[in-house]
Design a protein around this ligand. Sequence first.
Ligand SMILES: Cc1cc2nc3c(=O)[nH]c(=O)nc-3n(C[C@H](O)[C@H](O)[C@H](O)COP(=O)(O)O)c2cc1C
Length: 272
Amino acid sequence: MSLSISKDRAPWRNLLDSHLKQTNGYEFTIATVGYDSQERLVPRVRTCGFRGFFPELELHPSGQKDMDQQVEDGGNPYLFESDLLTFTTDVRMEKLEQLESTGNHIEAMFWLKEVMVQWRIKGKAYSIGSPNPESESECGLRPELFEALRVKEDYRGDLSGDADKWTWEKAVTKYFANHSPVMRGSFRNPPPGQPRSQLPSNPDLRLGQKVTNLHDPVARKNFRVVLILPEEVESLDLSDLDDVRRRKWTLVMDEDDEDGPHGKWEETEIWP
Ligand SMILES: Cc1cc2nc3c(=O)[nH]c(=O)nc-3n(C[C@H](O)[C@H](O)[C@H](O)COP(=O)(O)O)c2cc1C
């Protein structure tokens, strides 16, 4: 498999970052394609919390304290950045199965009312964080996803030494640490979407648990970070209704070079 990525910072990135900074809420709408009970292809949408661009995440001091106490070096060196949008989820929910069974297609949408701009991000999405990555497709995916990471421009550490210390496991654990103990506990809930009348036979699965162990095996079995690889990004700016602006950026793939296929973003302004 070859993923569509660009090594350069995406041209839409600073604009989206600046709009997000001016916004209170960090939720976005996530659309996938799934099958209904009659095996027909159907759209599915839900709200998810946007967790920034992989792997950058500023932890709450209590989350960082947990990382310092429980993870080697307190986590990964601050070496990489990317244009991959992230959210976290429970593997038992429907969206991951929908992604995997229909080609990983996803659309994410922000309506940022403070700036009056809608952003739509179309692309592919993959989950990481399986406790058995070698037995799932994740193991083969990691080197390809790694291609989408860039060394941060202002990085001043020891590049080669620090790159050796960077691991996927620490990256995923940081997203788990980013949740409060009660939110971490939600990954030990009874199976999402199943009838409440069915009590789980596993006594570990209950509502309202608090998890302080970042490596809690029950919660981490269910916890995943989803990475969205954007292929088409569109902004619709309604801040001036006399002159509504709509811009589209498309990732156009080059021929393979020696590092594999890399794309270039092309921008078009379109009629709204
Ligand atoms: C404000 C808000 C934030 C949410 N954040 C997430 C999230 O980050 N990840 C997630 O999987 N579900 C989140 N949910 C729940 C989803 O909307 C949805 O109910 C759940 O993921 C099950 O969806 P699925 O069965 O289609 O996968 C959130 C819901 C709300 C209302």
